[in-house]
Design a protein around this ligand. Sequence first.
Ligand SMILES: *[C@@H]1O[C@H](CO)[C@@H](O)[C@H](O)[C@H]1NC(C)=O
Ligand SMILES: *[C@@H]1O[C@H](CO)[C@@H](O)[C@H](O)[C@H]1NC(C)=O
Ligand SMILES: *[C@@H]1O[C@H](CO)[C@@H](O)[C@H](O)[C@H]1NC(C)=O
Ligand SMILES: *[C@@H]1O[C@H](CO)[C@@H](O)[C@H](O)[C@H]1NC(C)=O
Ligand SMILES: *[C@@H]1O[C@H](CO)[C@@H](O)[C@H](O)[C@H]1NC(C)=O
Length: 406
Amino acid sequence: MRRYLRIVLLCAACGFCSLLYAFSQLAVSLEEGAGGGGGKPQAAAASWLAGGGRGAARGAGSAARPGRSHRYSLKIQPVEKMHLAVVACGERLEETMTMLKSAIIFSIKPLQFHIFAEDQLHDSFKDRLESWSFLRTFNYTLYPITFPSENAAEWKKLFKPCASQRLFLPLILKEVDSLLYVDTDILFLRPVDDIWSLLKKFNSTQIAAMAPEHEEPRIGWYNRFARHPYYGKTGVNSGVMLMNMTRIRRKYFKNDMTTVQLRWGDILMPLLKKYKLNITWGDQDLLNIIFFHNPESLFVFPCQWNYRPDHCIYGSNCQEAEEEGIFILHGNRGVYHDDKQPAFRAVYEALRNCSFEDEDIRSLFKSLELELQKTVHTYCGKIYKIFIKQLAKSIEDRYNRPPKER
Ligand SMILES: *[C@@H]1O[C@H](CO)[C@@H](O)[C@H](O)[C@H]1NC(C)=O
Ligand SMILES: *[C@@H]1O[C@H](CO)[C@@H](O)[C@H](O)[C@H]1NC(C)=O
Ligand SMILES: *[C@@H]1O[C@H](CO)[C@@H](O)[C@H](O)[C@H]1NC(C)=O
Ligand SMILES: *[C@@H]1O[C@H](CO)[C@@H](O)[C@H](O)[C@H]1NC(C)=O
Ligand SMILES: *[C@@H]1O[C@H](CO)[C@@H](O)[C@H](O)[C@H]1NC(C)=O
């Protein structure tokens, strides 16, 4: 009897394998057909299963050509949108607009902006964004600073709304799968598509990605001063935070308050109550505490994705940026607006002054280089080349190649 069972199992396994092989061949031939037909990649990814096995295979050659695909009811997947969120309070309008501009200039896939702003900023945001709507590469939604509807009253008592807004994004943007959160003082020097693609690199337990707070423990803040747990050797910085919010909403988090694991919506309040007197940097500290207890859930990306004055102010310590250039610049502590770090300010002003005209963007590099050469008396200015290395490449890729469809 047992031998019989084993044989049946073996046969089933063999059958399954050959089925898989047949399907993979099918997929390959479909892809080749699509490539040859010069179709768009989205069309190549069409769901051939929906067309029904063999029919789809025969139709592969023509599947990529628009107009004929309906016969096999191929599903053309809509282009994936990249969701970008920012929280703007106080005097941050100009800075936020410059950040959004840098996202638009280099990105390829369509962008969906989620802008959380104090009420008095809404009209200005709307005016400025409407004046860019001819670009057709982004859509936006403006939100008031708000707490999720459940327990809003209790949350209001404990959290400062502006500072903690980002913690609630997974609960407020319930329909959004994944999100890139950035501070207003971020500048993209390469397409948002490139950081967005890291989502696909998450392993099965990772739910969010951030960069370390420091590369050099001797000048690290958390490892010298924090009075609460923090992630890794030097903590993480939350100014650039990539989130798979579907996973954040599903996960049960280990914590040091109860023995049961808690959902995102249930962990924030007890955490703040416990650590209220010990935290210095607000919501970033809470994130550090959460990922201290759940380290398997964090994807750590290198410092060039969140490059701050700390990386060059006393000498260069972000090796990845030295090699490949800065990908995302983070001018924290107000360095875009004062004279403390002129290299950071020069990049900000160049992008702030830049229009969407191709000509303007192409000449961005030369004029910025001249400005940066005036900053070599500072530690950050000494290595000014890393500020423009990736930027030059991004401009080249997007604006200096023979025009493709744009
Ligand atoms: C913006 O929204 C409109 C209307 O919903 C839609 O047709 C368009 O494709 C969207 N554009 C982008 C870039 O997402
Ligand atoms: C807060 O800091 C104090 C002083 O370092 C420490 O004794 C206390 O345990 C900390 N509280 C928590 C909840 O970690
Ligand atoms: C986020 O995680 C969910 C659940 O694991 C997954 O289905 C989804 O594809 C992920 N999103 C992205 C953009 O990778
Ligand atoms: C995912 O990566 C993290 C960080 O490297 C690691 O701690 C975790 O164990 C990994 N998870 C799986 C399922 O391999
Ligand atoms: C940007 O424009 C301002 C005002 O129009 C000007 O003063 C400044 O020199 C310009 N900066 C750069 C880097 O082009």
